[in-house]
Design a protein around this ligand. Structure first.
Ligand code: SF4
Length: 500
């Protein structure tokens, strides 16, 4: 059988990220003796524009040439709108093709089975349920008995019991990289420099990072673990606990990618890279012992497992960046997020990375938890100033189905039309859409501006005093005028004056 796997688009453009889940699915399909192909519309943004305009000729072309018996969609909950359009088109025009979905898309199972053209939703790991499903479909048997799927018959949705999670992640073969053009998923180092521009200006240690990267221009994502030790209120997680590959497996994978594709920079794209300090030390030792000269980025780490010693060890073996997810400077909000960490620990480790050890770290802030107030926002501003985190990512809390905070949304009946909401989030990301707090909307919407204004002015005051007064003037004007303008105009202005 032929299985076509589609990276179902959520956002409109903004580059393509390696569809890791589909690579694992492709690997599972091939292991069962079937043929897999991956289609990633992100690689050609005009494809997404065509889908939005109702032109599905690309899908027809793919179906005509590859002749799939099954189409599988991977994506996140905000991929729903386009998954629905694509799968409805396929159902209407190619009714013989079975359509399945998995990964985080499974958080909106009911919508997929009732309103889109999806026949089955996979909840667990594809490696455990897909082989059974493929066997049944190939033999013309009853695929609805597949463990870990949901399906719909006579208007009733049935969810089958999940199979046991894979115990030993090393038993999974490498992702099927040959199904994609790996070069198109290499991420440019230049975007890293751009996102840290201000921090490079004020931290002399950061210049050493450029020296360590040398003339290497790109890096590539790799998964070392599945799951996480925590369950934060805004985080959708569809696996229990955490499992990590052995260091031996990871070293083999790194060597394979270096030898096959000439890759010398990696991004460890896990939810949580450092669940065990011993594992991290073992990995650093192995890089040294095997004389593997790479630079690496840790895309998901917890601050409570970090200290100066381990950070220095990581830096010495090629680590240039770590993303933690600090989320807030307020203990009240961190508790509500269930982060399991205090703001003072957050502060200590962030200061180490942003100022002392010389590992890049963009502070990540999420605002708008139900208990957020002007005072907790002030604590976050204080935190950002203390750690010198002048370049940070700032988003409003965006509750999505499957995350613990979603219960709060349902209990308080905050969303009437889920499909419309998912489409809005899909198009506009972390903007203020849904006020979970008790603060009036007008004030709540101003919080992001307040944070940016306060931190930017602090940066100018401390580092570029000549610009402090002009920027203060600009910000005060903006503060008075911007709220009166539509968002599209504000966005354009923000780009011009770099203050939004
Ligand atoms: S936000 Fe990070 S630490 Fe929290 S549950 Fe998700 S992956 Fe784990």
């Amino acid at each position: 059988m032929n299985v076509l796997l589609i990276n179902s688009p959520s956002r409109k453009g903004g580059g393509s990220m390696l569809p890791q889940g589909l690579l694992y699915a492709g690997s599972a399909v091939e292991r069962e003796g079937h043929k897999a192909a991956i289609y990633d519309p992100y690689l050609d943004p005009s494809d997404i524009e065509k889908f939005d305009a109702g032109d599905f000729s690309k899908i027809s072309e793919l179906i005509g040439s590859f002749k799939p018996s099954i189409i599988g969609y991977g994506g996140v909950s905000t991929s729903y709108g386009r998954t629905k359009k694509l799968s409805q088109f396929v159902k209407a025009n190619y009714p013989g093709i079975l359509q399945i979905a998995g990964g985080p898309l499974a958080s909106i199972t009911r919508l997929l089975l009732e309103n889109a053209g999806i026949d089955a939703v996979f909840h667990g790991e594809v490696e455990t349920s897909l082989p059974y499903f493929l066997d049944k479909v190939a033999a013309g048997g009853d695929w609805k008995s597949t463990p870990g799927i949901s399906h719909r018959s006579d208007g009733i949705i049935t969810r089958n019991k999940n199979p046991e999670q894979i115990k030993d992640l090393d038993s999974i073969p490498f992702p099927a990289y040959h199904l994609v053009d790996v070069k198109r998923y290499l991420e440019p180092v230049s975007t890293l420099y751009a996102s840290y521009k201000m921090l490079f200006e004020i931290n002399p240690l950061y210049n050493d990072i450029k020296a360590r990267i040398g003339n290497r221009t790109h890096y590539f994502p790799v998964v070392t673990a599945r799951g996480c030790t925590h369950r934060c209120s805004f985080c959708y997680r569809h696996m229990d606990g955490i499992r990590q590959h052995s260091v031996g497996y990871l070293i083999r994978l790194i060597k394979f990618l270096m030898e096959t594709y000439g890759i010398e920079g990696f991004s460890f794209a896990d939810e949580l890279f450092n669940s065990r300090q011993e594992w991290v030390y073992e990995f650093c030792d192995a890089l040294e012992r095997e004389k593997i000269d790479i630079f690496y980025i840790v895309a998901g780490a917890r601050l409570d497992k970090m200290d100066e010693k381990i950070l220095r060890r990581m830096k010495d073996t090629g680590c240039i960046e770590i993303s933690y997810g600090q989320e807030s400077g307020s203990d009240t909000i961190l508790k509500e997020y269930r982060k399991g960490i205090s703001s003072s620990k957050n502060r200590d480790i962030t200061v180490l990375t942003t100022k002392k050890v010389g590992i890049l770290s963009v502070v990540q802030i999420v605002i708008g938890s139900p208990s957020e107030t002007k005072d907790t926002i002030r604590e976050t501003v204080r935190f950002l100033k203390d750690v010198g985190g002048y370049q940070y990512s700032l988003n409003y809390l965006m509750p999505l189905p499957g995350a613990p905070i979603w219960n709060y949304v349902e209990e308080n009946k905050l969303i009437d039309d889920l499909e419309k909401y998912l489409d809005l989030v899909c198009e506009h990301g972390g903007r203020p859409f849904i006020n979970l707090t008790k603060t009036p909307d007008r004030m709540w919407k101003r919080w992001a501006f307040m944070i940016r204004k306060e931190t930017r002015l602090d940066y100018y005051r401390k580092n570029r005093p000549a610009l402090y007064l002009p920027y203060m003037f600009l910000y005060n004007i903006a503060d008075a005028v911007l709220p009166l303008l539509p968002f599209s105009v504000r966005k354009k202005l923000a780009k011009l004056v770099k203050i939004w």
